[in-house]
Design a protein around this ligand. Structure first.
Ligand code: C2O
Length: 577
């Protein structure tokens, strides 16, 4: 059954007020993870969904699906007490795969009792841990995948919290020490992130600063944060996710999953009623693994727009575009100028990215996402300025520290002798293998992602905002053969066959839309993608004990296709002093 288009208004994500009296100098929130009813579409009954609710004097603030938007000021710390109040049974219980995170062919057998929290007695199996994506935070507040906590107070081996947490809670301190941007918090629990985020455990975190305040940008009602997701919905209005997969090793795991229904801020095919003026649209791709290649259809034409910011904040200048690529977890900050648009104008946000991206082959298209409808009169003068007259924040290119070798990460999609997917990997290591990457504090490195797989992976590095240096084509099949032979001979995966022999294309600088601060980058198949990253650690937060970063400081990197990160394409790395 096809759902009626443009019948639900896109919800405004609620913004709770922080409490200021709990930690001096910091904003404080309590966010509780809960299951509650949520209606995804006018013509569907309400189904159950997961979300986070903020405690407030006049009752909890939340939607029922997703979490409220936290608005922070640059350099002003935020403390969040997260509480896991989810039910004993997972919302997508039939899709929980107890074989992940172990038993990869060749892996030693599990210790008696297993490693997975599902092996705990019934009623203790919903493990969760929130992470603030793109943020500069101490490791103990970063939401390490094994730092999960359950509703009944069990803790993963890496659990950490500021003082004062009850057993089903973790209290995290966020520095907000970075330029104005839109980050997002989401679940990051080991081997179940894809299901926890799919169920709704995600929300936005905006950082404001005085530079942004001084820009004549659309604000208030005219700045609209939008979380774009693909979902499957049952006729009963519930979320559905496949409970079978193609591989015998992980019977419920799918290497690729795409939902067929666009859901924006929790509503399927919604509309946004707008005035004929400029809008600032702040988009997050909150899908499990769908890429969006977005454009705005205006009658028979593509309406141009301006890109003013990327993952980590403002660009140095607006960039006029007619389409933009938005991979999983990435954000774009757009200006859409509807000045003078006649009442009744309808502008549809369209998407033509292949599934999987970029090679296609599964064909789960999602051409229409939402619609902007000019149906409100101008409520006041538009004080924003035309995007072509805006100057934004200058961006200094990062300078790699001289004399450092490039750190190389080989991305592989591993299959057994019968061509069945087993797992994906970085440098053929599993998540729990010993750490091999130790950037030194204060240095700036070049990382090379050598993608031998068929998918474009959105690679994400915690803690840092980095810059794309360039990309270059290489002979992936030949390199992979040499790499596998290298490993078969027992070589250390941290060293590799020399890549230079396999490079076979020109060095391509970033396209204009990928300039600026990024925390998640597309690594296309058959390409080497080079990024530049500076490694600093957050200073302790004044007056908040437990916020010192000690060395080695452990963070992670991973593919942000959630099905992939749940099956081993995720590795820790450590900053050393
Ligand atoms: Cu958006 Cu490691 O996460």
């Amino acid at each position: 059954r096809t759902l009626a288009r443009w019948v639900d208004a896109v919800p405004r994500l609620p913004v709770p007020q922080p409490r200021r009296s709990v930690y001096s100098g910091a904003d404080y929130y309590e966010l509780t993870m809960l299951q509650s009813p949520w209606r995804f579409h006018r013509d569907l009954p309400a189904g159950q969904a997961w979300g986070l609710w903020a405690a407030a004097e006049d009752g909890p603030v939340g939607l029922g699906y997703l979490g409220p938007t936290l608005v922070a000021r640059r350099d002003r710390p935020v403390v969040v007490r997260y509480r896991n109040h989810l039910p004993a049974t997972h919302l997508l219980q039939s899709a929980v795969d107890v074989t992940l995170w172990r038993n990869v062919p060749g892996d030693p057998p599990d210790p008696p009792g297993g490693r997975m929290p599902q092996n705990f007695p019934t009623g203790r199996n919903v493990w969760a841990v929130p992470h603030l994506h793109g943020a500069f935070n101490p490791p103990q507040s970063d939401g390490y995948p094994e730092a999960w906590f359950t509703p009944d107070g069990l803790h993963g081996p890496a659990y950490a919290s500021l003082q004062g947490a009850r057993p089903n809670e973790a209290v995290y301190a966020y520095t907000s020490r970075q330029p104005a941007t839109m980050l997002w918090y989401h679940d990051h629990a080991m081997a179940i992130t894809r299901l926890n985020i799919y169920a709704g455990l995600a929300g936005l975190y905006l950082i404001r600063d005085s530079f942004e305040d001084g820009l004549p940008l659309p604000s208030g009602d005219f700045e609209v944060p939008l979380i774009l997701q693909d979902r499957n919905l049952t006729s009963g209005g519930a979320l559905s996710y496949p409970d079978k997969g193609p591989t015998p090793y992980h019977p419920k795991w799918n290497p690729n999953f795409f939902g067929a229904v666009p859901v924006v801020n929790g509503k399927a095919y919604p509309y946004l009623a707008v005035e004929p003026r400029r809008y600032r649209l702040r988009l997050l791709n909150g899908s499990n693994q769908r890429f969006f290649h977005l454009w705005f259809q205006d009658g028979g034409t593509r309406r141009p727009f301006w890109l003013i910011g990327t993952d980590g904040g403002l660009r140095s200048a607006p960039l006029r575009l007619t389409s933009v690529l938005l991979g999983p977890a990435m954000r774009v900050d757009l200006l859409l100028d509807l000045t003078g648009a006649p009442q009744g104008t309808r502008i549809t946000m369209m998407n033509d990215a292949a599934t999987p991206f970029p090679q296609g082959g599964m064909n789960v298209p999602m051409p229409e996402i939402m619609q902007l409808q000019v149906r409100k009169a101008l409520s006041g003068r538009d004080l924003s300025v035309s995007p072509d007259r805006l100057s934004l924040r200058p961006i200094e290119p990062l300078r790699p520290t001289s004399g450092l070798p490039r750190r190389q990460f080989v991305i592989t999609a591993n299959r057994d002798a019968h061509h069945k997917s087993t797992h994906l990997a970085i440098n053929q290591r599993l998540f729990d293998d010993p750490v091999e990457d130790f950037p030194k504090v204060g240095t700036t490195e070049i990382w090379e992602y050598i993608n031998t797989s068929g998918d474009g992976h959105p690679m994400h590095v915690h803690l840092v905002q980095f810059q794309l240096l360039n990309r270059q084509r290489f002979d992936a099949p030949a390199y992979l053969k040499a790499y596998q032979a290298w490993i078969a001979r027992g070589r250390v995966p941290a060293t590799k066959p020399a890549l230079t022999r396999y490079l076979n294309g020109p060095v391509t600088p970033p396209a204009a839309e990928e300039e600026g601060w990024k925390d998640t980058i597309v690594t296309p198949p058959g390409m080497v993608t080079r990024i530049v990253l500076r490694f600093d650690v957050p200073p302790p937060i004044d007056g908040i004990p437990g916020t010192r970063t000690s060395f080695p400081a452990t963070y992670i990197q991973h593919c942000h296709m959630l099905e992939h990160e749940d099956n081993e394409i995720m590795r820790p790395w450590q900053i050393i002093s």
